[in-house]
Each structure stands twice: as C-alpha cells, then as structure tokens.
Design a protein. Structure first.
Length: 364
C-alpha cells in the first residue's frame, strides 16, 4: 500500500523548463529572473518594496537589523512557532521574549503581548501560523501605544489576507518563506516586504556583503551573502504562476476533510472572520494525539506535529538566551493536541477518502 505523505511541493515540467533556460544562459546568480520574482511578489502582496533572500530565516535576521534591533533589546515572539523566529533574534544580538498564543487562532494576541512588554522591548514579531492571521489591528494599536516596531513573520502566510490585505504588509517590515513545504516553494528562499525604502535598501546591503549594488568592491557596511540564485528565482517565477490553483486546491482539501471526517475525538480549528486563510496544512486537535498518530501510521498515512513550544526546546535550556521558566499553557496544550493531515497539492480524491475513512475508524 502506497504511503500517503503529509506534504510535498508541486513541481513539474514548467519549473524544469525555467531551470534549463537559466542554466543554458550561464547567469546562475542573481539576475533578471530575480527581478521578475520580486516584482511578482510585490504585485501579489501589494507591498511597495520586496527584496529576495536565501531563506526566510535570513529575511527575518536582515529585517531585524534594518530596524536597529540589537544588543540589549527584547523582541516579543509567540511560543508556538518554528525555532527560526527566535534564533534570528538571538543572532541579531537581541533577546527573544516568549508569549502565549490564542487557542482559537493559534497566533499571539495583544493581550498575550501586553503581559510581557518591558522597558527593553523594541519590537513585536507576530507569526501568522498554519494559514491563519494574527489580529493585526489590535497589535498595531499596541505597537503604536508603546512605540514598538512590528516584524511580521508570514513565512507560512503566502496568499493569506487579513481584512482583504496580504499578511506581511501591515508592520514596519514583513517576511515570506519559500521552503520546500510551503504553499509556494523555491526549494529555499525568503523575501522581505516593506513600504519603507530605507529598510529595503538596508536589507539589500545586508544580504549583499554590505554594498548597495553588485559589481563594485566598495562596501558601505558589514554584510553577509544571503543572495537569491537565478535557479531559485526560476522555480519561484513558475510557482507563483500556479498560486491561485494551489490555493484553490488547498481549500478544497480542507473542505473535503471538514465534510467527510466524522469523529468526535477530533476538534476543528476555527478561523477568524477577518482572515481569508490559505490552508497550507489542514490541522485538527485531539486529546489522544499519540494514539491517533500511531493509528494513521499503521495505515500508511503520515501526519505532522505542531511546532514544539520554544520554552521546551533543549537548545535553550540552562542558557541565558531565552527565559524558559515561563508558564505558557496554551501553546503547550496546542502542541500536545495538534496534528496536521496530508495536505499536498497532488493528493488524490481517493487518497483523501482513505485518510477520512481511517480517521473515522479511530477509537480509544
């Protein structure tokens, strides 16, 4: 029996055609296709500016440095997120401060953030998790009241709208990720979004060895090599042309699960009425997660855990990098109960039906 995997990218002859064109041209580092990719991102998101990066983590790091975040500063991030959100803050020289999340949205709320604001707080990093959106109105109001910067981590938010506007475009700066399992992929890749030209210029210099353009050897600042290759851009340009189809299929997968799963041991995760979600993953909650995962695995179905809470991460224990003594029960509960189901673009109706059948047979 063929195993049904949880997620895989949709890559076909169109990406291969673009890759062959790049390789044949010999312009394999950043060139014209990178500009086309950035322009497409601006058009889709409505962002005034966009600059590509090697990956989403590099994009967060550059965004933080462009906002002047550094030693002595604190950045508030949700406890339920991928570890890159925190690590980028640490590498920027600042301290990540963890807050809990809202059980319904899976995202940080202004109430959660308010509890951990201190005189050292420099910025808030809302993470739009699993195709959801944070309540950006309340977070923007809070940031304005306390004179804080907002860096939106929209790594999982390609295509997600909050009140009709693309996530990643509300704060001072936002980032997108194009890792292999994202809605749209470049294999690896990230983009910084902003309406502030100086932020984008600083991010560009940061990713380009501290210089404002290529082909020169005068460096105005200290930077890194976070440049986006033409091979990545070739895949990205092809992928973005599929975005509407991918979102449509992801939504159909989500609706199929909701319609056909009938098991009281699973709970649906609601979406905020202000969010137009993209169901990157379709996820459920169950109080019997380990038994549920074992049941599906025995039937050849792969699922995925929610992110492991940051305050439980082994790498932060017994260190002064992150305060792990905090009590953050909601994010712990969500990790203990959260499971993401197979959600690949290429999953067939027959496979979806099989997943639902196996889930409906699950008992304790």
């Amino acid at each position: 029996m063929k195993k049904i995997i949880q997620i895989e990218p949709w890559i076909d002859k169109r990406e291969l055609k673009e890759l062959k064109r790049v390789i044949k041209s010999t312009f394999v580092s950043e060139n014209k296709l990178n500009e086309e990719f950035q322009d497409s991102i601006k058009q889709i998101t409505g962002s005034k500016y966009a600059v590509s990066m090697t990956n989403g983590t590099a994009a967060i790091f550059c965004a933080l440095k462009a906002l002047g975040v550094g030693e002595g500063d604190e950045v508030i991030i949700p406890n339920l997120t991928f570890i890159a959100s925190a690590n980028a803050v640490i590498f920027a020289g600042a301290t990540p401060v963890l807050c809990d999340v809202n059980e319904k949205s899976l995202c940080m709320s202004s109430e959660d953030v308010l509890k951990v604001i201190t005189p050292k707080t420099k910025a808030i990093m809302p993470v739009h998790l699993y195709g959801q959106s944070c309540d950006m109105d309340s977070l923007l109001d809070l940031a304005k009241k306390y004179n804080l910067k907002i860096i939106e981590d929209a790594a999982q938010g390609m295509g997600v709208l909050y009140k009709g506007r693309h996530v990643g475009t509300f704060g001072d700066v936002g980032i997108l990720s194009f890792y292999a399992n994202k809605t749209i992929t470049c294999g690896e890749g990230g983009v910084v979004l902003s309406a502030d030209e100086k932020i984008i210029q600083d991010c560009y210099k940061m990713k380009n060895h501290g210089r404002s353009k290529k082909g020169v050897f005068v460096h105005e600042s200290i930077g890194f090599n976070f440049c986006f290759t033409e091979m990545q851009a070739a895949i990205g340009v092809s992928q973005l042309k599929k975005l509407k189809r991918v979102i449509s299929k992801k939504n159909k997968i989500h609706n199929f699960y909701l319609k056909n799963i009938n098991n009281d041991l699973l709970r649906e995760i609601p979406f905020d009425e202000n969010t137009t979600p993209v169901h990157w993953f379709t996820s459920f909650l169950t109080d019997y997660k380990e038994d549920f995962k074992k049941h599906l695995d025995c039937n050849g179905i792969q699922v995925r855990d929610f992110f492991y809470p940051l305050h439980k991460q082994p790498c932060y224990q017994n260190s002064d990098l992150v305060d792990c003594s905090v009590d953050l029960p909601v994010s712990e509960k969500l990790y203990n109960c959260g499971v993401s189901l197979p959600s690949s673009y290429n999953i067939t109706k027959k496979e979806l039906s099989r997943v639902c059948e196996v889930i409906n047979d699950f008992t304790i």
